[in-house]
Design a protein around this ligand. Structure first.
Ligand SMILES: NC(=O)c1ccc[n+]([C@@H]2O[C@H](COP(=O)([O-])OP(=O)(O)OC[C@H]3O[C@@H](n4cnc5c(N)ncnc54)[C@H](OP(=O)(O)O)[C@@H]3O)[C@@H](O)[C@H]2O)c1
Length: 346
């Protein structure tokens, strides 16, 4: 099968073949079913997350031994099942996420880790859902208990997890304030019906959010969703309410923010560190219910998964460039060739 392999740590966007961290292998062994409950999936689409980029750079918290096939969430069609598989049959549409290995034509997972993709949910879009929407759903609803009428402030709001948080906020009836950089991202967020958008390239979060809250006769922000860190977190803390929840999701700015404990005490803030992938080990039922609810929301049209850029596997360096250069509104996808159609072209 075709697979993208990380042979050494480095920048996956580098053009020079001498420096390439990722290479395409054309005849990588197709993974075997490992146990009687294993399912092999022919991957249709796999999404790029910022974490995949950090992992190839060697800057992510989980550092697999080299060489490895990167990739986390994916969708596809069941290709083969083990003798004890009861939940799926060949031909079923599924999605899931793995610690590694989805940047390839086939992947094997236990049946307990796969989700059926319902009718009405596009298969490519389903491959973008687990990590981005799953993270935001668990953070906002399970951890911060976001509810109707509360004010939600989302940083990095046009990115993968940010855009998911914005949409989930609207579904639950929150007043949503989004922060993103540049006119194109701002226009897109406004088109979603976001209550207020701050353009971080030209506006101060503090002033813009305060002015908006005043027009709505609201006191402050109840939930801060923060996948960015650095200067934006510092500014956002100035507009938080008494009793606010801070969701620490990531550090796309490259800067880990300081949240002063003395201010948290005085203002009765709750700071949540959230590592979504670890829910699979510690609270698997929460994660499973969350992804199933999200898939049903997509099928009912409550949320839409915006695909910003689509590439083929050999173009993965361009996909990583789109993330690195902050060009993405929503998700970047790699859509894989069907091996049977590749064979018929040979
Ligand atoms: N905790 C978890 O379980 C979990 C799960 C998923 C993701 N994450 C983390 O969340 C963060 C965002 O992930 P994502 O997949 O949504 O990434 P993404 O799609 O690339 O979005 C990141 C956003 O951050 C903003 N940003 C601000 N400064 C940036 C910089 N210096 N470089 C790049 N982007 C910058 C960009 O918005 P503007 O250009 O509009 O400013 C961009 O839209 C990452 O740190 C990731 O590791 C954590």
């Amino acid at each position: 099968m075709e697979a993208l392999v990380c042979k050494k740590l480095g920048d996956p966007t580098a053009e020079n073949s001498e420096e390439k961290a990722i290479v395409i292998e054309k005849s990588y062994p197709i993974p075997e079913l490992e146990t009687p409950t294993s399912v092999r999936v022919r991957v249709k689409a796999t999404s790029l997350n910022y974490a995949n980029y950090l992992q190839i750079l060697g800057k992510y918290q989980e550092k697999p031994p080299l060489p490895f096939i990167p990739g986390s969430d994916y969708s596809g069609v069941v290709d083969a099942v083990g003798s004890a598989v009861t939940k799926f049959r060949p031909g079923d549409r599924v999605c899931s996420f793995a610690p590694l290995g989805s940047f390839a034509q086939f992947i094997v997972a236990d049946q307990s880790l796969l989700f059926g993709v319902p009718e009405g949910c596009d298969l490519v879009a389903a491959g973008a859902l687990p990590v981005a929407f799953g993270t935001s759903h668990v953070a906002l609803l399970h951890r911060a208990n976001l509810s109707s009428g509360q004010v939600l402030l989302v940083l990095g709001a046009a990115g993968g997890v940010g855009l998911a948080a914005v949409q989930i906020g609207k579904v639950v009836g929150a007043v949503v304030i989004a922060v993103a950089r540049g006119a194109e991202k701002v226009e897109y967020l406004k088109s979603l019906g976001v209550d207020h958008v701050v353009d971080s390239s030209s506006q101060s979060i503090i002033q813009s959010v305060k002015d908006f809250l005043k027009t709505r006769k609201l006191k402050g922000v109840d939930v801060l969703y923060d996948p960015v860190g650095g200067k934006l977190t510092k500014e956002a803390m100035k507009v938080l309410n008494w009793g606010a929840h801070i969701l620490v999701i990531g550090f796309a700015s490259g800067e880990v923010p300081v949240i002063p404990a003395n201010i948290a005490l005085v203002k009765n803030w709750t700071v949540h560190g959230l590592y979504w992938g670890s829910y699979r080990i510690h609270r698997p039922a929460v994660l499973e219910d969350s992804v199933n609810e999200l898939l049903s929301w997509v099928a009912r049209g409550l949320i839409t998964i915006r695909i910003s850029h689509t590439y083929r596997l050999p173009e993965a360096n361009l996909a990583f460039s789109a993330i690195k250069d902050r060009k993405v509104i929503g998700k970047v996808m790699i859509v894989l060739d069907d091996p049977s159609s590749v064979r018929s072209k040979l």
